[in-house]
Design a protein around this ligand. Structure first.
Ligand SMILES: Nc1ncnc2c1ncn2[C@@H]1O[C@H](COP(=O)(O)OP(=O)(O)OP(=O)(O)O)[C@@H](O)[C@H]1O
Length: 160
């Protein structure tokens, strides 16, 4: 699958083993911001595999959304781009650090349920996440009954 969309890279969010992640702004989708995992096309087999895995979990609320992929020409260098839902609150690791490693028990219960739902969806689709850790669980803001809350989503499906 490939997606043709106009987008602008804004800043680097981080560096993984298989690609560099950037914040990007879309002029095409209703989601204004998204994350782009970018690698040289010739070194992108892991990202391409990750894209195929993400497709299996479309619609799952506890897995980071993938909007598609595209190839771009950056000054003559062909790049593969995996387009992902942007997590403005970072990862669960950030959240744990922010509260000094002491997440209230009621939150732990809620987060555990979310992660188990995500893992169940992954399992039901015949896949195993081989690198589940706080840094690979992204945090999204949401509202529940008018109160601010968070939604955890599982990310990073390469190369397992
Ligand atoms: N959708 C996203 N929204 C916001 N930040 C993201 C998103 N995806 C990845 N990042 C951030 O980008 C950085 C690199 O992520 P990536 O998943 O490529 O690698 P990693 O998990 O850090 O390392 P590795 O893939 O080597 O295990 C991390 O800091 C991660 O939190």
């Amino acid at each position: 699958m490939s997606t043709n969309m106009e987008w602008l890279r804004l800043k680097k969010l981080g560096q993984g083993t298989y690609g560099t992640v950037y914040l990007a702004m879309s002029t095409f989708t209703e989601e204004l911001y998204f994350a782009v995992k970018n690698a040289n096309l010739e070194d992108s087999s892991t990202l391409q595999k990750e894209m195929r895995i993400f497709q299996k979990f479309r619609g799952a609320n506890e897995v980071v959304k993938c909007y598609g992929c595209c190839v771009s020409n950056e000054g003559g260098a062909m790049k593969y781009n995996l387009l992902l839902e942007y997590a403005p609150m970072g990862s669960l690791l950030n959240l744990m650090r922010d509260c000094g490693g002491r997440i209230p028990e009621s939150h732990v219960r809620k987060y555990t349920k979310m992660l188990l739902r995500g893992l169940s969806c992954i399992d039901n689709n015949g896949h195993v996440h081989c690198d589940l850790k706080p840094a690979n669980i992204l945090v999204f803001p949401r509202e529940v009954d008018g109160l601010s809350d968070v939604q955890l989503k599982i990310a990073d499906f390469g190369p397992g």
